[in-house]
Design a protein around this ligand. Structure first.
Ligand code: SF4
Length: 378
């Protein structure tokens, strides 16, 4: 069942660690509204340029910070999706939100527009760490945003948490985690801090102002979070994602299943009928491209069957359910062992992968080092 992703390329300002494509909205309200309208005009053209047979089963609005848009713009975005696809009520419709950008009016517009799941970018409950990360909000604002969403009737809320922040002890991390659990979110996503090229954090590291946490301590923090969330009744369904039973994000599961989806908006990626494509990472080009009758693509790539099977294997292994040999053969035409067989054998011998009957999956030890395992499989 295919998904629709919509990339909203605006933020209040860039966070120190972020390399996603997004722009700070102009400070002038009129200029910001004008830019948002141009983006929405282009998005409308792109949505109507998608294949007629594409009907999304799930919708995910991400960014960027979708909720930096004014309430009217958020309502227009939802209306565009409804008019184009005439989605039945109840389809999973997620929207990312950042604390400090949510007002009661925006929350009401999201709900009225069909959004039924919100992912809140909390990241930390330590105000010093939030400031160091370049986040624009405080822990108090994050708690208030969460409660505003709950009060508006959202019963499917996710929170993001970053671990491996320099200087943060396991005790401090555990305290933050308890603070988040007290809110009783339905879903938690956890990510290690990653220093990406070209970001302010990379510049701090180059100056010697940032020493990254050692890998062993990062692993300890990951497993601390994992143990606590499992003990609290969450199910881990992907390397970085935990959910109450029945609350896994179906949109993202489809991506890891190797399913089809269209991504709209600048820098958005798509996977359709076995080919991957990405839109241009530039709002001006994006806004101009559909107007000129062209799709706003930066590239399209259709892999050979064997490379495609390898990609599917890696995506499938991100799920804690792993990959079942018969299903993999039906989907790709290949057996598991023919895809990077030597690398699989090594990972099995090191108990980073484990076999359960016909199913192959990451072991608890393999979850944290999955990137290294996947690098060998490519
Ligand atoms: S709010 Fe999110 S998308 Fe925007 S700069 Fe920060 S991390 Fe990046």
């Amino acid at each position: 069942m295919p998904g629709l992703y919509v990339h909203v390329p605006f933020c209040e300002r860039k966070c120190a660690y972020c390399d996603f494509y997004s722009l700070a909205l102009p400070e002038s309200a009129a200029a910001a509204a004008d830019l948002a309208e141009r983006y929405l005009d282009a998005l409308e053209r792109e949505l109507y340029g998608l294949p007629a047979e594409f009907v999304p089963d799930t919708v995910y609005v991400g960014g960027g910070t979708p909720t930096v848009l004014r309430a009217e713009a958020l309502a227009r975005l939802a209306d565009l999706v409804h008019r184009r696809f005439r989605l039945p009520a109840g389809r999973e419709w997620s929207c990312e939100a950042n604390p400090g950008t949510l007002t009661a009016e925006k929350v009401a517009r999201l709900r009225a527009g069909g959004v039924n799941r919100v992912s809140l970018g909390v990241q930390s409950l330590d105000d010093r760490q939030l400031a160091w990360l370049g986040r624009r909000h405080t822990a108090r604002q994050a708690a208030d945003s969460f409660q505003t969403l709950r009060a508006a009737g959202f019963d499917n809320l996710s929170v993001d948490l970053i671990y491996a922040l320099p200087g943060i002890t396991r005790g401090e991390l555990a305290r933050d985690l308890e603070g988040l659990l007290a809110w009783q979110p339905e879903h938690v996503s956890v990510y290690a801090l990653s220093v990406e090229p070209g970001t302010p954090l990379a510049a701090r590291r180059a100056r010697g102002d940032l020493v990254e946490m050692a890998g062993e301590e990062q692993a300890e923090q990951y497993h601390l979070i994992r143990r606590r969330l499992l003990a609290a009744g969450y199910e881990q369904y992907e390397i970085s994602n935990f959910a109450r039973p029945g609350r896994a994000c179906r949109h993202n599961l489809n991506c890891w299943d190797g399913g089809d989806y269209f991504g709209c908006g600048p820098a958005a990626h798509s996977h359709w009928l076995g080919c991957r494509s990405a839109n241009v990472s530039d709002l001006e080009s994006y806004a101009a491209s559909p107007a000129a009758g062209r799709l706003p693509r930066a590239f399209t790539e259709c892999l050979e069957a064997e490379a495609k099977a390898r990609e599917t294997l890696i995506l499938n292994l991100r799920r804690t359910a792993g990959v079942e040999a018969a299903a993999f053969r039906r989907q790709t035409g290949f057996g598991l062992e023919t895809r990077g067989g030597a690398a699989l054998a090594r990972a099995l011998a090191l108990v980073l992968l484990e076999r359960h009957g016909d199913r192959l999956r990451l072991s608890a030890a393999g979850l944290f080092v999955s990137d290294a395992i996947f690098a060998e499989l490519v």
